[in-house]
Design a protein around this ligand. Sequence first.
Ligand SMILES: [Zn+2]
Length: 729
Amino acid sequence: MRLRSIAAFLCTAALPAAAQTPAPQTTQPPQKVFGYRDYTTQAKWEAAFLTVPDAKRAGEHLKVLTAAPHWASSPEDKATADYVAAQFRAAGLAAEVVPYRVLLNKPVSISIEAFDATGKKILSGPTPEHIDSGPFGSDTFQDDPRILPAFNGASPSGDVTAEVVYANYGTAADFLQLAQLGISVKGKIVLVRYGANFRGTKVYLAQRNGAAGVLIYSDPADDGYALGDIYPRGPYHPATAVQRGSVQFLPIYPGDAETPDTASTLTLPDTQRLTHPDPTNLPTIPANPISYADATPILQALNGPRVPHDWQGALPFSYHFGGTPAVTVHMRLQQDFQRRTIWDVIATIPGSDTAQKDNLVIAGNHRDAWVYGAVDPSSGTAAMLEAVHGIGVLLKQGWRPKRTIILASWDAEEEGLVGSTEWVEQNQARLAHAVAYFNVDVGVSGPDFIASAVPSLKEFLRDVTRSVPSAKDPASTVYSIWQQTQSEPPEGNVFGTARRRAAHPLTDATIGTLGSGSDYTPFLQHAGVPSTDFSSDGPYGVYHSAFDDYTWYIKFADPTFAYLQQQARVFGLEVLRMADTDVLPYDYRTYGREVVGYVEAAQRKATALNLHLDFDPTLAAATHFASAGDAIYTKQSAISGNITALNAALRAAEQDMLTSEGLPHHPWYKHVIFAPGEFTGYAAVVIPGVNEAIDDTSGAAPDLPRAQAQLNILANALNRAAAELEAVK
Ligand SMILES: [Zn+2]
């Protein structure tokens, strides 16, 4: 999956300077790095590492990984698992293929028909994804019979005939607006466009509002011709492209629907699995994605009042709300739900330091794709394999990490973060000692570096990018190009929301907040492992369609694979630097300041809504945490005293942010600072227990007792973390 945004601004689609950007020449390696007593030896290993990741080899990995559609659990998916395992082993790593048995739906047949008021058929879909060859070329991958019909993961089978209501993006505010206008979606098929929120949340809200089914289409306003030329002339989605994707209720819990909190190993007895359709993260109404080619006759036939300006898409006619007999849709979905085998690939490099070897540095990327997945996720996998190549070369030269490194290739991420979630649930006890999880999903869709991270790792990630040459300008670093050209950070990288170029260069490269939509979610939000996520972003209109393939990639994302090489260097350097640091380079000063800001913002909101809540103890706790963060930073900089105890406390403070009871309405999520919003999905809700009780996004009134209880839970967690940091002598 991956949260992503369309960079609609003047895209800096500069071609990379050279396929083989050398390791930094003009940028001297830093003399001092936070967390290292003496950086000299590490600097040599890092310099040796940076020379290894190879653009051409990365391009070859990409070609192999994208040779066939490799939907999770398919034989082609297994072939990619074996390829990744072989690459890990070739680098000298011990690698194993770890299977899980999980509930996945596979489409048997999908039929979407529409009729006008006279009963005349106006759509017989779905139209196959296809572009004709012309002056701008064609697509050699598009007609492969192994491509599954476009479908939504987690959608039940269904046979529904109903009138249609257009609900814009299907956000909580959109459904509220329909209700206020007296337009009921009860018993109707809701037609929504992609963008603004997670697609599973569109279905969650439609179901809560009584809809009978959901069709989700890609409007050209959001990632099509309104933004630029369409494929194959340009990178945006052509008329027949369909965005597949899971409609699992991810904000309730991710992973295998039948085994929340439990790993769905091959030997887990069926009696310990929830039986379909009981799992609460599966929708009960059918949903399917369609192209705008297929949405057009439906939208055009809708009548009723015209929609407001901000509901109008880019198709060349006025949109109407519908909900009348002017058009009827018949959607018939036959889904084959089975417990299917998926395969994570896990490689381990044992740590060499007796005091540190139980502390894990984990880095991962998913491998399964809706179709070919050249950008999502194979660009990430190709970059990871070249990072592993570099780590393997260091191992052969005698380098040994202090901490244990685990490299992971997750399966079934697209279905709802399944492979990573099951692995986290299986390894929960060990993960209390994991010092970081570094995620890559989409490695490269264009030239613009973007990142999200837990606040304590933001400066660490910036530091890493200061040591890596930019693919855009090899004389410069990833950091400086990123800092100079960044756009405003997306709030949770909401798909389909254009990002604005910053009016003035921001003083520092901005790193976003981790919401959900990729494999860091179980690590951070369930197990409390500090996490980062990064990508190289660009105009990418073929997300989750059959056209996200090798042909598109070499034409629009990264023709020379220089960005794969760059991302391999960033990914590998994160791992090396975290594995060997003397003192964990967490920045609790920034964490403290951000949390104080979150609490103050919630208080302002509560005041504006005239809610009587006592914020004082929570504000005091946030300030307490912030000052403990300042004090521990001084100790980290000194690198003296009991380093083992210092590291243990630094790690435990993040663990203190977990609450055993979990969040109201989604107790699988344990983190009191970050969670995917119940009504937003991709976008993070910060201090979610408090904010979700205050917000009336679903139309419900604020829940004051719940908000006060959550304020107290938050205060306890912050005081716990502060005390942990203060206890270090
Ligand atoms: Zn992905």
